[in-house]
Design a protein around this ligand. Structure first.
Ligand code: NAD
Length: 259
């Protein structure tokens, strides 16, 4: 299937590793020109080189923190008029809400709610004027089924979802769609760190922790960044102008509900 986005430009945040990298790679395979952002220069350049070699796509890098105003300004200077915006950043730390102070909440809101909203604010009117835009926010399955020790994530990301639900219905008549991709357990550095932490705190061997986690997923495995990227590229395609304000859960069947 030709996704019909060859020659478009995408700004992909937090794209040197994991899910962001999967999205960037899948878009590059469709002939999309990329501007990819991550905080640390070296892995970012390595990823850019890898994507260029694998796909022949044009890849520009910006070493910046998208949760900071100056980081977003640098990203937007390199890519002021993206056709496609993929919002992503690291998730907040786990913990007990009794230990979180106001600053912890503000940091989570900045990273996982306000940063994507600011990037949308800076780019959506250009998309509307050009009558094409695809915005995908990488959030978490925790929005649908809260994860007990990730209250900062459950809360901050739910705020983003509430805002997007309203805005997505205002932009769609201009062929600008906004959707959320909700990852369940994907085999990335982030998941491996979480599993290592679980093994450490429980005293169980890491292999047992991994086996138990996989065993709880109906698919019997973790997701891959590649398949996450393909779903993202589909949501960014020319054929999805009638899909907006949706929350696509990718979790191998883990969420047990009918709706
Ligand atoms: P990852 O650690 O594998 O990769 C994160 C990427 O984001 C890296 O390239 C890192 O450099 C970049 N990054 C992090 N913070 C950034 C910032 N402030 N500015 C710019 N770049 C930044 O993580 P991942 O598994 O790909 O997770 C991506 C998002 O999805 C996170 O918010 C995570 O909480 C969420 N998520 C992941 C899973 C999973 O199973 N992997 C599940 C649910 C939610």
């Amino acid at each position: 299937m030709d996704l019909g986005i060859k020659g478009r430009t995408a700004l992909v945040c937090a794209a040197s590793k994991g899910l962001g990298r999967g999205c960037a790679t899948a878009l590059a395979r469709e002939g999309v020109n990329l501007v990819i952002v991550a905080r640390t220069r070296e892995p970012l350049e390595a990823t850019a080189a890898n994507i260029r070699k694998a796909t022949g796509a044009s890849v520009t890098t910006v070493a910046a923190d998208v949760t900071k105003p100056e980081g977003r300004a640098a990203a937007l200077q390199a890519c002021p008029d993206p056709d496609i915006l993929i919002n992503n950043a690291g998730g907040p730390p786990p913990g007990d809400f009794r230990e979180w102070a106001r600053d912890d909440w503000i940091a989570a809101l900045d990273a996982n709610m306000l940063a994507p909203i600011e990037l949308i604010k800076a780019t959506v009117d250009g998309m509307i004027a050009r009558r094409f835009g695809r915005i995908v926010n990488i959030t978490s399955g925790s929005v649908k089924a809260p994860i007990q020790n990730l209250g900062l994530s459950n809360g901050a990301r739910s705020g983003l979802h509430g805002f997007i639900a309203g805005l997505a219905r205002q932009t769609v008549k201009h062929n600008v769609t906004i959707n959320n991709l909700l990852p369940g357990p994907f085999d990335t550095d982030r998941l491996r760190q979480t599993l290592d932490h679980m093994a450490h705190t429980s005293g169980k061997p890491i292999d047992d922790v991994v086996a138990a986690r996989k065993g709880a997923i109906p698919a019997g495995r973790f997701g891959t960044s590649e398949e996450f990227g393909h779903a993202c590229a589909f949501l960014c395609s020319a054929h999805t102008g009638f899909i907006t304000g949706q929350n696509l859960l990718m979790d191998g069947g883990l969420y047990p509900g009918t709706y």
